[in-house]
Design a protein around this ligand. Structure first.
Ligand code: C2E
Ligand code: CA
Ligand code: CA
Ligand code: CA
Length: 277
């Protein structure tokens, strides 16, 4: 028995070593990945449930690693955050999103783009200035861009975050609270945020049709958001019934695998032309 325990321990240690090694390699490679163009943006449609039409997409970054293949953001975003590389990453995402917006525009396709912002970005007091500079250097209409911000980005330093968000909002950017319901922000804090949109976290939406609790949470979130004058986006819609349920209850927008998984720009256009949206 002792022997088996020892073996388990060895296997366990080995696993840790491999993970640590992998992590260290990723940390080393991430910086050059941004410079060498190994990042790609995938896009997932945001369907306007009233118009039954895709009016926006969310940009979701992936790392196309030369040896390891496609690395999902949950693997490398936390590393970028710890290594102080989030500003470089967000800069790249913004520039690429704007370039894609303009490419689509020139093909007659008008899609607003939502960009994810990390808590690290908002901590930088020059963040909003940077965002405004990037936008004014391009031909993108400012209202075509939405910034998706998680609750925790605001909780750590609400005063600074609110100040920056207010400036961005004043210039016409759309702001969205991402993963709503999973963070620890209070209603009082939310009320102070100059946001346009609230995104209900997918954990409340994925099992909507089989969970009474989720239905209650989503229903009351819809009422709360609407009474505060906010538009609601439900993410994680995985079946037709959930889409219908949300549409009936006045949810403004929907997103999820049932409609489309995130996909590259060309595939998205193909999907748009073949789908009924
Ligand atoms: P998020 O912003 O909450 O994005 C939604 C995630 O849910 C995406 O995962 C998307 O592929 C996935 N998803 C969409 N619909 C469904 C569905 O119906 N069912 C399920 N199970 N999942 C669905 P992804 O692309 O792996 O991104 C994970 C997270 O990584 C994002 O969560 C976001 O927090 C972060 N992220 C992605 N791109 C960026 C970026 O450019 N900048 C920053 N700061 N964070 C990013
Ligand atoms: Ca998001
Ligand atoms: Ca989310
Ligand atoms: Ca998330």
């Amino acid at each position: 028995y002792a022997k088996k325990n020892k073996l388990d321990q060895q296997i366990y240690n080995q696993k840790i070593d491999v993970n640590t090694l992998e992590r260290l390699q990723l940390i080393n490679e991430l910086k050059s990945a941004i410079e060498q163009g190994e990042l790609v943006l995938f896009y997932q449609p945001k369907l306007d449930l009233k118009l039954n039409k895709v009016t926006h997409v969310e940009a979701l970054v992936r790392w196309q690693h030369p040896d390891r293949g496609m690395i999902p953001p949950d693997t490398f975003i936390p590393i970028a955050e710890q290594m102080g590389q989030m500003n470089a990453l967000t800069r790249w995402v913004m520039n690429e999103s704007i370039a894609q917006y303009l490419r689509w525009k020139s093909q007659g396709i008008d899609l607003g783009i939502a960009i994810n912002i990390s808590a690290e970005n908002l901590k930088d007091p020059y963040f909003c200035q940077y965002v405004l500079d990037v936008i004014s250097d391009s031909n993108v209409p400012i209202e075509a861009l939405t910034l998706e911000i998680t609750e925790d980005a605001v909780v750590s330093d609400p005063e600074n975050a609110i100040k920056q968000l207010k400036i961005l909002k004043k210039y016409g950017l759309k702001l969205s609270i991402d993963d709503y319901g999973t963070g620890y922000s209070s209603l009082a804090q939310l009320k102070q945020l100059p946001v346009d949109e609230l995104k209900i976290d997918k954990s409340f939406v994925q099992n909507l049709m089989v969970s009474q609790d989720d239905q209650i949470i989503v229903n009351s979130t819809l009422q709360l958001a609407h009474s505060l004058g906010l538009r609601v986006v439900a993410e994680g819609i995985e079946d037709e019934a959930a889409l219908a349920w949300l549409t009936e209850r006045g949810c403004e927008m929907g997103q999820g695998y049932y409609l489309s998984r995130p996909t590259d720009a060309d595939n998205l256009v193909q999907w748009l032309t073949s789908s009924r949206y």
